[in-house]
Design a protein. Structure first.
Length: 427
């Protein structure tokens, strides 16, 4: 084969490769141009022609392998896979709550007058009987003085009427004067006694008013906000109280149960009456505003007598000890009611993702392909979800690394032992 025919042969091969692997057209064109540079009139020895042929074949094979390597699919990712299990577990149902002290007392004045003194600071702890406020007592002191003076006058009138009766009695006996005068004198005496009793009552009332000018704590507790200042005019009819005094030795957490939750509550716990069911119910937890759990546990104490027609819910109260005063009236939180599940379908929280308020997991089939599946969560712990719908024991789900997965994607599973996972993150 001469040089011209060899060039034609190589061009035919190169054109075939160019059509099949167009992405390497530039490389192949370079080889083509190289061959064209060989002049047809050149005469090459047989060994040289053989070497050119071998080099061209090697060049074509390398282009073919490069093209095949470029079009090959990337390997499937290796991802940890968790086998769904069932296990006895305790989950919690949470209800938003508003906290109130055991006693919340509005402190109001029972007399009108100017606020003379404030003995306490906002937020201070006071004991029952401790003075809180002082109303100007001068006018009430004068009223008491006047009442006492009137009592003295009434007592003097009694003495005067008694003397008149004593004077007339012997005269009536001697028939010197008519007995009508004696009867009149006795009536005057009784009127004087009644007037004295009335004056005595006025003194007592005035003394009470003087006592009302010093306002004391009816219970032990914490002082709330004091909206009034010294010199403010205080009235018994004021809308705002002087302050709010809270006994928070115990805290009441009020929350609402829906009708379905209430029926489930009645069916779940033993007891012939509601009071017995409350006694048989386990203690409840309180999650406060910073998402920490209050260290003291509480107990449900009462249930409202009827459902609210507007909300369809019934009010429930849980009582928590609060000896150190950590909780205050007005705090908010969540009451956590424990629920024991005998065979809970358990999955790690890391295995889930959300789309439009729905929770999904990637389930692996027998061909090692994954598909997203919606699930329904019935409860949770810090690390796990309990599934009521969407998964069955024994199914395999992707544990972590789900961020880049799509439906139908193939994976190389790396099995994760449920025992080791539960040991690292207990239920």
């Amino acid at each position: 084969m001469d040089i011209k025919n060899s060039v034609i042969f190589f061009e035919l091969i190169i054109n075939t490769v160019r059509k099949k692997y167009s992405i390497y057209q530039n490389n192949i064109t370079t080889s083509n141009n190289f061959i064209k540079k060989i002049k047809p009139t050149m005469k090459l020895p047989g060994k040289t022609r053989f070497i050119v042929l071998i080099a061209s074949i090697i060049l074509l094979q390398s282009c073919t392998k490069a093209a095949e390597g470029t079009n090959a699919a990337p390997p499937a990712p290796e991802l940890p896979v968790y086998t769904v299990i069932t296990s006895p577990a305790t989950t919690y149902q949470e209800f938003p709550t508003a906290l109130e002290g055991k006693n919340n007392v509005e402190i109001r004045s029972q007399v009108d007058g100017y606020l003379d003194r404030i003995y306490v600071e906002e937020g201070a702890y006071v004991r029952a009987g401790q003075p809180l406020f002082k109303i100007d007592s001068r006018s009430y002191g004068e009223q008491m003085n006047m009442a006492q003076a009137n009592l003295q006058v009434a007592n003097a009138n009694i003495q005067k009427a008694r003397v008149e009766v004593d004077r007339l009695q012997p005269l009536v006996a001697a028939k010197v004067v008519s007995d009508v005068q004696l009867k009149t004198a006795k009536a005057n005496y009784e009127a004087a006694v009644a007037a004295a009793s009335q004056a005595r009552a006025s003194v007592g009332n005035a003394r009470i008013n003087v006592g009302f000018t010093t306002i004391t704590a009816p219970i032990s507790g914490y002082i709330g906000r004091i909206p009034y200042k010294k010199g403010s005019l205080i009235s018994r009819t004021d809308v705002n109280p002087l302050t709010l005094l809270s006994d928070i030795s115990e805290i009441y957490a009020y929350f609402s149960l829906s009708e379905l939750d209430f029926i489930a509550f009645q069916n779940k716990y033993p007891g012939a009456t509601l009071e017995e069911k409350l006694k048989n119910m386990p203690m409840v937890d309180l999650v406060i505003a910073d998402n920490s759990t209050y260290p003291e546990k509480g107990r449900l104490s009462i249930v409202d007598g009827q459902f609210d027609k507007t909300t369809g819910a019934i009010s429930v109260r849980a009582v928590f000890p609060n000896a150190n005063g950590t909780l205050r009236t007005g705090n908010t939180g969540r009451v956590r009611m424990p629920q024991l599940i005998s065979n809970a379908v358990v999955i790690p929280q890391e295995s889930t993702f959300e789309i439009q308020d729905k929770t999904y997991v990637y389930v692996m089939d027998k061909d090692k392909k994954v598909m997203g599946r919606p699930i329904k969560i019935s409860g949770k712990t810090d690390s796990y979800y309990f599934i009521s719908e969407g998964l069955a024991p024994g199914e395999k789900i992707v544990y972590t690394g789900i961020g880049n997965l799509k439906d139908g994607a193939s994976i190389r599973p790396k099995n994760i032992s449920s025992d080791s996972l539960l040991k690292a993150k207990p239920l």
